[in-house]
Write a protein that binds this ligand. Structure first.
Ligand code: SAM
Ligand code: SF4
Length: 343
């Protein structure tokens, strides 16, 4: 036993911790690898006239891998690829393979709209992906066409089925509930967690991006969703895990999956924030809701040396605000749309 103790001590001793100014441990990087998307969700992207990032301005896969190597040596252990739609970027499977090999990355996940998932699910898992979030805001194909402006419901459902056949755990379904659009589907989504081993995550509608026509009346607070779901059965809390970040998690007795809530608007989750975001063109974003960005790309493309990258990482940590300002009179919606930040 003495041997085991000293081994554990060595691991703890060699693990670096990234702490921000408010003593939060930052161990999670969300990486948007493209601002392009094969859907046009009304709350995220305009139908037309999207100003896309020039190809040469996107971080290359080599730059992304180098960034994660340095970040992982400094305490980042969880990485999520997102977008835009990450599966539309060419050779994304090769990128996942390369990230999965990086020492220190213990948790590798992806957020997708699911349209291309049937095609990719097996390759993603073989490449080393651990888990996946699939976004789906309605279970009705006519509503799907309305909200995404594309007729792809069948493809997304096929993607979910394909994911269920793979060793991906958990598989989360991200649902943004919007008053007057899908608030009558809350129980239908909750029921998915009874029938399938899916973790359904209800996300409050957020004011992100100048083209997003968010208004407080359309946002349904998690408390209201919880109340409705309890008509199906008692929501039993899951004990919080280090990996939960801002989510609160429950299950219904006998259900195969879980139900979770992400409530950035109705209940400040900032004290539990554990993440940094990296935009497709290499800007570190300390807070989703603020346009403050720290330029990493210039460093990657000039010296590219480890010490300089670490310096930028620490600048970004220092720039993390204690909390977002939504609800405050001073709050101004950030300019970048969610598709160009990475949700
Ligand atoms: N295209 C992928 C997808 O849809 O899953 C990944 C990127 S998308 C920006 C990531 C997540 O952000 C999705 O679950 C989407 O529903 C969510 N999202 C986008 N705009 C949002 C908003 N204004 N409020 C809440 N969630 C939003
Ligand atoms: Fe595309 Fe995802 Fe934004 Fe929908 S939410 S437009 S799928 S990036």
């Amino acid at each position: 036993m003495a041997g085991t103790g000293s081994w554990a001590f060595t691991i703890i001793k060699t693990m670096k911790l990234l702490l921000d100014n408010y003593d939060r441990t930052i161990n999670y990087l969300r990486l948007s690898i493209t601002d392009r998307c094969n859907l046009r969700c009304r709350y995220c992207m305009p139908e037309e006239g999207v100003e896309l990032i020039e190809h040469g301005d996107l971080l290359t896969y080599e730059e992304i891998v180098k960034t994660i190597e340095v970040f992982a040596r400094n305490g980042i252990s969880k990485v999520r690829l997102t977008g835009g739609e990450p599966l539309v970027r060419r050779s994304v499977v090769d990128l996942i393979k390369a990230i999965a090999r990086i020492e220190g990355v213990r948790d590798l996940s992806l957020t997708t709209n699911g349209v291309l998932l049937k095609e990719y699910a097996e390759d993603l898992v073989e490449a080393g992906l651990h888990r996946i979030n699939i976004s789906l805001d309605t279970l009705r194909s006519d509503r799907f066409v309305y909200i995404t402006r594309r007729d792809k419901f069948k493809e997304v459902w096929a993607g979910i089925e394909a994911a269920l056949k793979q060793k991906l755990s958990p598989i989360k379904i991200n649902v943004v509930i919007i008053k007057g659009f899908n608030d009558d589907e809350v129980k239908d989504f909750a029921r998915l967690s009874l029938t399938y081993p899916l973790h359904v995550r209800f996300i409050e509608f957020m004011p992100v991006g100048e083209k997003n026509d968010w208004n407080a009346e359309e946002m349904i607070p998690s408390s209201q969703i919880i109340e409705e779901i309890t008509e199906l059965g008692e929501l039993i809390p899951k004990s919080p895990q280090e990996s939960d970040g801002p989510a609160t998690r429950y299950y219904i007795e006998g259900g195969k999956g879980e139900i979770g809530f992400i409530s950035p608007i109705s209940s400040h989750f900032c004290a539990r924030c554990n993440r940094l975001r990296l935009t497709p063109e290499g800007q570190i974003r300390p807070c989703l809701f603020s346009d403050k960005e720290i330029d990493l790309k210039t460093t990657l493309r000039s010296s590219g040396n480890e010490k300089d990258i670490e310096e930028v990482l620490h600048q970004a940590l220092k720039a993390k605000p204690q909390r977002h300002q939504i609800g405050d009179i001073r709050f101004k919606k950030c300019q970048r749309g969610m598709h160009a930040i990475g949700g």
